[in-house]
Design a binder for this molecule. Sequence first.
Ligand code: HEM
Length: 232
Amino acid sequence: MQPTGNTIRVWDPIIRIGHWTLVAAFFIAYFTEEDLLTQHVWAGYVVGTVICIRLVWGLIGSKHARFADFLRSPAAAIRYLRDVTRHKAQRYIGHNPAGGLMIVALLITLSGTVYSGLMLYAIEENAGPFAAWAAEGQASMSLPSVVPTARADEDDEDEYAAGAGEEFWEELHELLANLALLLIGLHIAGVAYSSYMEKENLPKAMVTGRKRIDEPPSAGNGTHSIDQETTK
Ligand code: HEM
């Protein structure tokens, strides 16, 4: 990544297109729910696809896209947040340790939301990639009984089990979607605060892919330097 003027390219197109596609797809899925099931499901597929691509890109992508570049321990994230409160946090050109952890939390929560949604879609609508598997599960629940007199009771039990399964996935799907919304709120607050502290428009950087290169500390501008290696 070569510096141009006083900026450097940080986010590659896959990260940027993936990010804004994820934003649009998540909110479409969140606000369509049951009323517009087709749109809801397709938006969910888009979220799932972006996450799958992002997971692979985290292993083989550009420098700051890689998990190895920004995955830090929770202790490092706490240390970073403590430094933030003392106004002496180091500036990171990629994700900072707290932001990196939030991204992992978002990816896990969104993956769980998509998975539980697919399970629910299979059970409720008998559709989607898990439909055949869910139908198989239900068929095995209603195999003919060798004790006919017990059949009525068993049917009730089967229906009860299927209903309980559906309720479980429904509740989990809703819980994870709301947890994702909460994390997104925190994510946006973190981005806004970092933008203010670093005097850099980070959402704009997620559009252009470029970030400012700080003056070296010796220039006496008082800001903490970014990791030097990235500007070489
Ligand atoms: C309009 C609201 C949003 C804004 C302004 C925003 C802004 C940003 C910015 C500036 C970054 C880079 C942070 C950094 O410099 O370290 C980022 C990263 C990220 N955001 Fe958002 N975000 C928004 C909504 C969302 C939503 C809704 C999601 C999830 C559905 C999301 C998921 C992510 C993820 C996964 C990353 C990591 C990017 C990567 O490395 O692939 N963001 N966001």
